[in-house]
Design a protein around this ligand. Structure first.
Ligand SMILES: *Cc1c(COP(=O)(O)O)cnc(C)c1O
Length: 427
């Protein structure tokens, strides 16, 4: 049995049907933007391995930091114990985030960090004596992970609600903000969506712990970019109603939208922020949920006192060391110039697609480039073409997109955008 045969017969891949397994490539090695396949073919990882490898794969500084950590303390429980990598990472995160975000909870993955944020919000409201406030509001088109509570705030149509109807809690959905990033913000509260937002939050205030959403850029729910003013208005209404605001920056955090965090586009500070994906530069799974002092001490000084969460691998030193090294690579700010160059080039390179049949929209922000098609995209076509084009793309839903590593050079970015245009032209 070859490795690919065993894989096909025994391993589960993300969102796949074991009875009809799609094609998979066997990856032997990764370095920088490149993946080397079993036959020696090299392809560019235009996905940054699901948006994580911002400095490229196997970055020497991150690898070195992980080696050093392996030699002293690969893991230790976080209950009653701490270690330098956890402290160092905490300092870096708090240093990068707005001042109000002050208390870090380390998690194993993005979905867990969303669970933690939602649990924090409910515990906070209970601590304030507002016991009925256990629900959540969000906007349509969002994605917050695959675990149970996270699923309940994913888009109710293209998320998992259809399949798990009745099993998931019912949350409150606002329309996707209709004003897109770059458009003029209309003052009319009906047109800009604030009227409906305000009505829901006023009506449901006694039932809502928090509003959770991805600031400015919705990722896996549809690659949609909306106007930052929506967040300014939302913050105001949440404050009026005592509803917490949770930003899920798992996809947008660490430079992807051109700012260190997408909240900077709006100048809005949430009560809780979820971080993940690029946190370790894509070298190992890790995430964090960071709360304000108000939220942390609100829970802490309540009758319950303890925050009821504590994963086995919480604060894993190896992951903390990788994350510290990744954040050190961002410290000089050079990424910002690179992301700006990537944005400019993608705008130019992808522009021709606006004239193609079947293309609905072309949009770019930071190091995110999207060609939105009228038809649902078949990932297997992109998969098959990877060897020819030398570019690994994995379209989803209606979108052919790239989130390249920030280190991608202009000529390699051209290969990515050419491959995207080629896919948009049809099979
Ligand atoms: C990927 C993602 C998650 C889930 O993270 P996992 O590490 O896959 O659990 C949650 N929210 C957003 C916005 C994401 O992009």
């Amino acid at each position: 049995m070859t490795p690919l045969e065993f894989d096909r017969d025994h391993l589960w891949h993300p969102y796949t049907n074991v009875a009809k397994p799609g094609p998979v490539h066997l990856v032997k090695e990764a370095e920088g933007i490149w993946l080397t396949l079993d036959d020696g073919t090299r392809v560019i990882d235009a996905m940054s391995s699901w948006w994580c490898t911002i400095h490229g794969h196997r970055h020497p500084q991150i690898v070195q930091a992980m080696h050093d950590q392996l030699d002293s303390l690969p893991h230790v429980m976080f209950g009653g114990l701490t270690h330098d990598p956890a402290v160092e990472l905490g300092k870096r995160l708090i240093g990068m985030l707005p001042d109000a975000l002050d208390r870090v909870f380390y998690c194993d993955s993005g979905s867990v960090s969303v669970e933690v944020a939602m649990k924090m919000a409910v515990q906070y409201q209970m601590a304030m004596g507002r016991t009925g406030r256990t629900g959540f509001a969000t906007i349509r088109g969002g994605y917050h992970g695959d675990t149970w509570k996270a699923m309940s705030v994913c888009d109710p149509v293209n998320g998992m609600h259809g399949l798990f109807r009745g099993a998931l809690g019912i949350e409150h959905f606002l329309p996707r903000p209709s004003v897109q990033m770059g458009q003029e913000w209309p003052d009319d509260p009906v047109l800009n969506g604030v009227a409906e937002m305000e009505a829901l939050l006023t009506e449901q205030a006694d039932n809502l712990a928090a509003v959770i959403l991805e600031p400015v850029v919705q990722g896996a729910g549809g690659m949609y970019f909306y106007h930052p003013q929506y967040l300014v208005e939302l913050r105001k209404r949440c404050d009026q109603q005592g509803i917490l605001l949770i930003f899920d920056e798992i996809a947008t955090g660490f430079g992807r939208t051109g700012k260190a965090f997408a909240l900077e586009h709006a100048g809005v500070v949430p009560d809780i922020i979820c971080l993940g994906k690029a946190l370790t530069g894509g070298h190992i799974s890790f995430a964090a949920t960071v709360a304000t002092k108000d939220v942390a001490y609100g829970i802490g000084e309540s009758e319950a006192g303890v925050f009821m969460h504590g994963p086995t691998f919480m604060g894993n030193p190896l992951a903390c060391a990788a994350a510290c090294a990744s954040l050190d690579l961002m410290a000089d700010g050079a990424w910002q110039t690179r992301v700006a160059q990537i944005e400019t080039q993608m705008r130019e390179d992808l522009e021709p697609a606006t004239d193609y049949d079947g293309v609905v929209d072309v949009r770019v922000v930071g190091a995110i480039g999207v060609i939105q098609m009228a038809e649902w995209q078949d990932t297997s076509i992109a998969h098959r073409k990877a060897r020819q084009s030398g570019v690994y793309l994995r379209p989803f839903a209606h979108n052919i997109y790239t989130m390249p590593p920030f280190i991608t050079e202009p000529e390699d970015l051209s290969r990515i955008t050419t491959a995207m245009l080629d896919l948009a032209k049809g099979p």
